[in-house]
Design a protein around this ligand. Structure first.
Ligand SMILES: Cc1ncc(COP(=O)(O)O)c(C=O)c1O
Ligand SMILES: NCC(=O)CCC(=O)O
Length: 471
């Protein structure tokens, strides 16, 4: 495997890290002390619940720096990172060209509250990759993007009800937290307190990958449904790709009933391919002689900001022009299209060429096969599921059958095994997402040295998972 990350060799990265941040082990601070201090001022010691180690136990690692495929904690310990900031770090952490673009932008001013040409260039780059995003509204988080898409769908259709799928996560939008994946799944919550009954009543939650359930819901309430929102390829209940024809089926049903289809590519967009999951799926469909499908609205986040707060909604002009200032659907933001954040997103997308996507696919292929082989060798039933460069492991017999197709099956796995697996990997210097329901993220900076460290850690982690017992 070649080094396509733009960071130089692993030795060079480590030497540079040591020069910048001190030698590994020389951090001086201690994660436990940091966590105790944090809990006195941040609820749960974290600014976002998925960062807590609730389901795996122990102290979260407080990070001091990150570069290439590595993150370094406050104690100076370095880990190969398979979280990648939960998606944005497609090129690896602190890519020199992205950092330079941010520094240049920052030197020109942090925020203007006026339009900039950078926003135009970023929107043009999004549209170049996803032509159906004729118009793009820039926001700061994926949550804002899905919230805006839902409001727009309601404004355009004059209808109230939104359909979502169990196990899909679309950010912490009131209407979309019911049976949500990600942290809501990790904490085994049905949804969230604080969401009014009136709001919950306007959300229909259906089982994923079940077109018959969607047909039935539309047969009963079609005239009330404003939109169906779906993760383009779900990765917040573990990785559960759409069954063949599922997304196309949603397109057919929504179109027949005058509802909008919102394809949430916050996680998959510009990560699994240059045009996201939609691009991959449509290329495959066209290869089979089919027409492909196009949703009404796309939501983007994560990679589109390259590690800074940028997200976006995109769609046809006829729909998008219903947003203020042209139309009656209001949406706004002091920091929307922030010039420094936009510079990071633009630099990232411009660097995300075919070689980058080839590298993340290659690394995902090597790691997903190797983790499966290690679990086989340890005699532990499991299933590794993959969607492009995203993958995750489901533990236990049930998951090993025909594949995990929905949230009920994902929840039925032996989640307790992940705690042992996670900590064995962490002890070996590999940082995984601290929840079995999250995807594993790789970057183009994961060079052979980083990959070897991960491969070396799998056998012991698999044996630890095989020995684990329920709490
Ligand atoms: C599919 C999907 N949609 C939306 C979001 C929300 O994005 P954010 O955390 O930036 O609000 C996330 C992840 O967090 C996601 O994975
Ligand atoms: N896959 C889930 C996320 O990316 C969530 C990140 C967060 O809520 O901090």
């Amino acid at each position: 495997m070649t080094d396509t990350g733009g960071f130089g060799t692993a030795e060079a990265v480590q030497a540079e890290n040591a020069a910048l941040f001190g030698a590994p082990g020389a951090g001086g601070a201690d994660n436990h002390a940091a966590f105790v201090r944090a809990q006195a001022v941040l609820p749960g010691g974290v600014s976002s619940p998925v960062r807590a180690y609730g389901s795996v136990g122990g102290d979260p690692r407080f990070l001091a720096s990150a570069r290439g495929p590595y993150v370094t904690d406050v104690a100076g310990r370095e880990y190969v990172d398979l979280v990648c900031s939960w998606g944005p770090a497609l090129l690896g952490h602190a890519h020199p060209d992205v950092v330079a673009a941010v520094q240049e932008a920052a030197a020109r001013g942090l925020s203007f509250g006026a339009p900039t040409l950078g926003e135009v260039e970023l929107a043009e780059e999004i549209r170049r990759r996803v032509p159906a995003a004729e118009r793009v509204r820039l926001v700061s988080t994926g949550t804002e993007a899905t919230m805006t898409a839902i409001r727009l769908a309601r404004g355009v259709t004059g209808r109230d009800v939104v359909v979502k799928f169990a196990g899909c996560y679309h950010g912490h939008v009131d209407a979309l937290l019911a049976e949500a994946g990600s942290g809501v799944a990790t904490l085994a919550l049905p949804g969230s307190a604080g969401v009014t009954e009136a709001t919950a009543a306007e959300t229909l939650v259906l089982p994923y990958n079940d077109l018959a359930a969607v047909e039935a819901a539309f047969a009963e309430r079609g005239s009330e449904i404003a939109a169906v929102i779906t993760e383009a390829s779900p990765a917040n209940m573990g990785v559960v790709p759409p069954a063949e024809g599922f997304n196309e089926g949603l397109r057919r049903i929504t179109a027949a009933h005058g509802a909008l289809l919102v394809l949430d590519e916050v996680l998959t967009g510009f990560r699994v391919g240059p045009s996201g999951w939609w691009g991959l799926e449509n290329a495959a469909l066209r290869g089979q002689g089919a027409d492909g499908y196009t949703p009404d609205l796309f939501t983007f986040g994560k990679v589109v900001g390259g590690g800074m707060p940028v997200a976006a909604v995109g769609g046809p002009a006829t729909v998008m022009d219903q947003l203020a200032p042209l139309g009656p659907v209001y949406q706004a933001g002091t920091l929307s299209g922030n010039p420094v954040a936009v510079a990071a997103g633009l630099a990232t997308l411009r660097l995300a060429d075919d070689a980058v996507y080839a590298r993340v696919d290659e690394v995902a292929g090597v790691l997903s096969s190797a983790v499966g082989a290690a679990l086989d060798a340890a005699g532990l039933p499991h299933r590794v599921q993959r969607a492009g460069s995203l993958f995750s492991v489901f533990f236990g017999d049930l998951a090993a059958s025909a594949g995990v197709r929905d949230y009920a099956q994902a929840q039925a796995q032996e989640t307790f095994r992940y705690r042992a697996f996670f900590h064995a990997m962490l002890d070996a210097g590999v940082s995984l997402p601290p929840s079995v329901f999250e995807a594993w993220f790789v970057s183009a900076a994961h060079d052979d040295a980083a990959v070897t460290r991960i491969l070396d850690a799998f056998p012991a982690a698999a044996r630890a998972a095989a020995k684990a017992t329920p709490d």
